[in-house]
Design a protein around this ligand. Structure first.
Ligand code: ADP
Ligand code: MG
Length: 473
């Protein structure tokens, strides 16, 4: 590799050795991805500043383009630095100019059937990623999700006990985690297909376009366990619902297990065929309810332990913080875990356990409740106190220097710490124009970068505003 690089510095360019590129792709992008997507790429022509490569379908081309093209280009550039872009040909279209390759193509077309099947499988498998880190063991249960958890376990132990199993609940409540856990525990002994309704749809459309419907049907009907996530996204797609309905029936008939998740109960699904809804209702329907404090605390505790193990005890989050997060972040488990991760990042970066007021700042955007309690009036009060001016002075039209900066600061903080619009903020400052608000925000933003003392003052004001809030409640 070094040699190649050195050669590149001399003006005589080497021809690209595709084998070398392949090895490098395998190393850099990973064996799995390489096997599934990149192995079959062929180098067709090498030009001065671009290469022409071939893949077998548009779908593969699009997939590679959207995910790996940058990396591939970087790899090729290492060997030939003039290359600035990659162009594709689709083999099947027979639009390859070079004669040699047409012969090659003929050869490869002879076993195109077999190839296509494996391609289809490979591509479906891409959506079939089961995450080993989302399993039954690390799914924390409480009264809101116990039933869903138990039903999922039951299905994993005793296939076709409830068929289908339909889990529903709000965003970030653990539906995908449960579906994934079911897939994980059944995949060793069964053919498991885990796909989101959106992906199913995407694949369905692709298969129609590329005349591969037969394979699509075969593939889905051949599975023992079908896990379909977020079925609500199937709404309105009539042709796909038709196909899904038949797949569903075929699977139930042959004794395969189906598990479906959605954000609402079957009868509330909109623009989904009645017969599909009634099939869903025919199995076991279980909801995951919103979390209560106990469950949130349990989850935070278990995630903290997990992370401490991972970072070998380098982080410690106080019980107070754990309680605070469990109390405040109620929207979803995803946000709850996200909040914890943020605090852990903070404590790792600054090498200290944050105080509650720091936690409030770190999680500001997640703390909807407290945000609503921060009013512009309150910000004005705190800022006036800090700069030792009266509120009348702050709101007056006077432009004395000693009033301008505090006013701008209060406007700036109102923009940062409340969700009020620019005109609303303007109104709260004696009907100032929204352009004045923009100007103040820009000025303070700029000053913060230049003036360290002001920057510190603003941070301390911010903490005061967010922190004092707690005392006021
Ligand atoms: P949904 O599919 O309902 O939107 P997810 O399953 O994606 O939600 O869950 C969001 C995040 O919260 C994931 O990281 C998941 O692992 C985690 N999570 C959800 N419920 C639990 C739980 N009961 N115990 C542990 N982690 C959970
Ligand atoms: Mg989900």
């Amino acid at each position: 590799m070094k040699n190649n690089l050195q050669n590149n510095n001399v003006s005589i360019e080497k021809k690209i050795d595709w084998k070398v590129i392949q090895t490098s792709m395998k190393e850099k992008i990973g064996q799995d991805i390489y096997e599934s997507w990149l192995k079959k790429i062929e180098l067709i022509e090498e030009h001065n500043n671009y290469v022409l490569i071939s893949v077998s379908t548009r779908f593969i081309r699009d997939w590679i383009t959207s995910r790996y093209l940058d990396q591939i280009l970087q790899i090729i550039k290492k060997y030939k630095k003039n290359i600035i872009r990659i162009e594709f040909v689709i083999e099947n279209k027979n639009n390859i100019k070079s004669k040699d390759f047409v012969d090659d193509l003929k050869k490869s077309n002879d076993n195109s059937n077999i190839d296509n099947v494996s391609f289809i499988k490979d591509s479906f498998l891409q959506y079939n990623r089961i995450d080993p880190n989302k399993n039954f063991d690390n799914f924390v249960t409480g009264s809101s999700n116990k039933l869903a958890f138990e039903a999922s376990k039951k299905v994993s132990e005793d296939i076709s006990h409830y068929n289908p199993l339909y889990l529903y609940g709000g965003v970030g409540m653990g539906k995908t985690h449960l579906l994934n856990s079911i897939g994980l525990s059944l995949k060793d002994k069964n053919k498991v297909m885990f796909i989101s309704a959106e992906r199913f749809m995407y694949q369905f459309v692709k298969s129609i376009k590329s005349n591969e419907m037969v394979k699509f049907k075969e593939y889905f009907r051949n599975t023992d366990i079908l896990l379909i996530d977020d079925i609500q996204f199937m709404n309105g797609k009539e042709a796909m619902q038709e196909e899904f309905f038949h797949t569903f029936n075929a699977l139930i008939e042959k004794g395969s297990q189906i598990i479906v998740s959605a954000d609402r109960p079957p009868n509330k699904l909109t623009r989904i065929q009645e017969r599909i809804k009634s099939r869903f209702s025919g199995g076991l329907v279980v909801d995951i309810q919103n979390t209560d404090y106990e469950l949130r605390y349990k989850i935070i505790k278990s995630k903290t332990d997990e992370l401490e193990l991972f970072y070998s005890n380098k982080i410690s989050i106080t019980k107070e913080i754990q309680e605070f997060i469990s109390q405040e972040i109620r929207t979803s488990i995803r946000e709850l875990v996200g909040a914890l991760n943020r605090i852990i990042s903070f404590s790792r970066i600054y090498n200290k356990v944050p105080s509650i007021s720091e936690v409030r700042v770190i999680l500001k955007d997640l703390l909807n409740l407290s945000e609503n309690k921060v009013t512009i009036d309150f910000i004005q009060t705190i800022v006036c106190k800090f700069f030792k001016i009266s509120k009348n002075e702050m709101l007056s039209p006077r432009r004395s220097r000693y009033l301008v900066r505090p006013r701008q600061t209060a406007i700036y903080l109102s923009k940062m710490l409340t969700s009020k619009s620019l005109p609303e903020i303007g109104r709260a400052f004696s009907n100032r124009d929204h352009t004045t608000v923009i100007h103040s925000v820009k000025t303070i933003d700029k000053l913060r970068k230049e003036d360290n003392e002001l920057n510190i003052n603003i941070d301390s004001l911010k903490n005061k505003i967010l922190y004092n809030q707690e005392n006021e409640i």
